[in-house]
Design a protein around this ligand. Structure first.
Ligand code: ADP
Ligand code: MG
Length: 597
């Protein structure tokens, strides 16, 4: 229906049956025959009330027909708007034509006639029979049947038809326009629906993107939070370690002094255990904030598992059974024992928690696994030899949405007080740090299994000097310069070293210590200094000492991580960095090692 107006045909806008009826009724009422033709003179409607004269007599002769056709064609192409009167080739006969226009475009002709002029001369009219070669009598009889009226009446009829036609085509055109509007409305509606759908799509995408963004922001905020905790923890740890250092040192000395049978020994041991646990706790906080110095060494996980189980058994309800497959010949891993303890404890306590209500079975198994490129259990892993610890329970299990999030820091499904959501985050951090991988499998209502893969330690890997140190005898009588601004630490160290036979000069000011050393550098065999001090930091002091005497062994004690220190002290590195609070044996072993090598 979207045709251009100039291309519209009569049949596009008029219902032919309706127009036929109007045409025929009009013809009957006026006694004037009518037909509607198209532009070229072809009939659109059937002729109405046609007189015999035309079709039976005139058009039956060759000349009459030719005249008629030409006459009709001339009339058809006449675009004149309004009625056109035209005398027929046959004299005394009149025709009229009304151009049907739609919005100014001539689409059809409504032709009426012929009628006989009341005043026409009969003789002249009959003469046309001879012109076209028709039978005279038949012509006269047919002519007699032709409607006769005054020309004026005919013009009035024509005028009436013109008005009707104008009205009809105006209405038809409006109807057409209306149809077109409706159809274009429908089209727009379709378009709108389509656009709405597209918009919905775009919105969905946007919302999805926004959600992703929010999740990312949340993660970012999370990691910023973690960072803040890390920084805070790092700061606290430094002070805390300074407090722990003398507690541990003095306790150990007291322990040494106590006779074997003393009833105080037990209490003293508890103090030491407590201090050691406090040290481990600080260490754990630091692990989590990734600030910690790991004490990695070749380690048999068998021992750690045993230790943790011993702890867990104490609080184990009778409804939980433990099975384990822990072969002794499974290889070692390079890891920090404290951290491994923590990892296994976290996994086991989660498992136990999951079985708290209904009981079940906790199974632990340790095995070796060798992965090549094609059989890696997770794609971020490097091929190679691994040790796998599986911790499985038959507890409540997890829905997939939960499982996805368990390693997130602070993600917990437990009530306040029961869970912090840090356990698996710590596990993940530790394992990742060791180039390992932790995987979890779970089915709601059936249970959960965690698989921890850690690179297997092989012989080629350098055994660290830690083992060598332990073997050497730790006492000595060399001269040691001790510098620490914290008096309790200074005091404790001085005592500890003196007990081991060393001669100690203690200074609580770095400047004073440096002065002392500069005066008689050959008097000292070793220097122990703190890192964080007013006036002069430990690393600067090390540099100054080494400038005076490059071969002097220096131990730098610090509460911060080794990485931070080595980065700062790259020019004049201390010979050993000890993390506070170092235990007595650790300190003595290191002193001995430096003096002997
Ligand atoms: P927390 O134990 O403090 O909630 P975790 O990081 O250790 O934090 O664990 C996070 C969450 O993972 C738990 O709250 C629990 O929903 C789920 N989860 C961990 N281990 C298991 C398990 N063995 N069985 C079922 N759910 C577990
Ligand atoms: Mg937990």
């Amino acid at each position: 229906m979207n045709k251009k107006i100039s291309m519209l045909k009569f049949t596009d806008i008029f219902d032919i049956d309706e127009i036929q009826e109007i045409q025929d009724t009009f013809a009957k009422a006026t006694g004037v025959s009518a037909i509607i033709t198209d532009f070229a003179g072809n009939a659109i409607t059937r002729p109405g009330n046609f007189c015999r004269l035309c079709k039976d007599i005139i058009q039956n002769t060759r000349t009459g027909c030719e005249n008629c056709v030409k006459f009709n064609a001339d009339m058809a192409v006449d675009h004149t708007r309004g009625p056109v009167f035209q005398p027929c080739p046959g004299p005394g006969l009149w025709n009229a034509k009304i151009a049907v226009t739609i919005a100014g475009n001539h689409v059809a002709n409504w032709i009426i006639g012929q009628v006989k002029d009341e005043k026409a001369d009969l003789q002249k009219m009959l003469a046309y029979a001879d012109v076209i070669g028709a039978d005279h009598d038949a012509y006269a009889a047919a002519l007699d049947e032709v409607t006769t009226m005054p020309v004026k009446q005919f013009t009035e009829i024509t005028q009436a038809l013109f008005l009707i036609t104008e009205q009809l085509s105006g209405q038809a055109y409006q109807k057409l326009q209306y149809k077109q509007i409706v159809s274009s409305l429908k089209q727009s509606e379709k378009h709108l629906v389509q656009k709405t759908r597209e918009l919905q799509h775009t919105m969905d995408h946007l919302v999805e993107a926004m959600e992703k963004n929010q999740a990312m922001e949340a993660r970012l905020r999370q990691s910023q939070k973690m960072e803040a905790i890390g920084t805070l923890a790092g700061g606290i740890a430094h002070d805390f370690n300074n407090i722990l250092f003398p507690i541990l040192g003095f306790s150990e000395m007291i322990m040494q002094d106590l006779p074997r049978q003393s009833p105080v020994r037990d209490n003293m041991q508890s103090v030491i255990d407590g201090a050691v646990r406090a040290r481990e706790l600080v260490q754990q906080i630091l692990t989590f904030s990734r600030e910690t110095e790991q004490d990695c060494r070749p380690l048999k996980l068998q021992l750690i598992v045993k230790e943790v189980l011993k702890l867990a058994r104490a609080s184990l309800p009778s409804t939980i059974k433990i099975t384990k497959i822990i072969p002794t010949d499974v290889g070692m891993v390079m890891a920090d024992p404290t951290q491994m303890h923590q990892v296994i404890l976290n996994l086991i306590s989660n498992a136990l928690h999951a079985m708290e209500e209904n009981g079940g079975e906790l199974s632990l198994s340790l095995s070796e696994a060798d992965f090549s490129e094609d059989n890696l259990p997770a794609f971020e892993m490097a091929p190679g030899p691994y040790v796998c610890l599986k911790v499985a329970d038959t507890g409540q299990g997890m829905e997939p949405e939960i499982l996805k999030r368990i390693f997130e820091p602070y993600f917990t499904t437990k009530v306040r007080g029961k869970g912090t959501g840090l356990g698996l985050a710590v596990v993940h951090g530790i394992v990742k740090n060791l180039d390992g991988k932790i995987l979890a499998q779970s089915t709601r209502g059936e249970g959960t299994a965690f698989y921890m893969y850690l690179p297997r330690f092989t012989r080629e890997q350098d055994l660290c000097d830690e083992n060598k140190k332990v073997a050497v005898p730790c006492n000595g009588n060399e001269k040691i310069l001790l510098i620490d601004d914290e008096k309790p630490i200074l005091h404790m160290l001085e005592k500890l070293l003196s007990r081991a036979g060393y001669r100690v000069t203690a200074c609580d000011m770095p400047q004073q210590g440096l002065k002392c050393f500069t005066q008689t550098p050959r008097d000292f065999d070793l220097v122990i200094t703190d890192m964080t001090m007013p006036e002069m930091t430990g690393d600067k002091l090390v540099a100054a000492l080494k400038k005076v005497r490059p071969d002097i062994p220096v131990i730098l004690c610090t509460g911060c991580s080794e990485n931070t220190v080595t980065a700062k002290t790259s020019e004049a590195a201390p010979d050993k960095i000890l993390l506070k609070p170092a235990g007595r044996e650790d300190l003595l072993a290191n002193i001995r090692y430096l003096l002997d090598n």
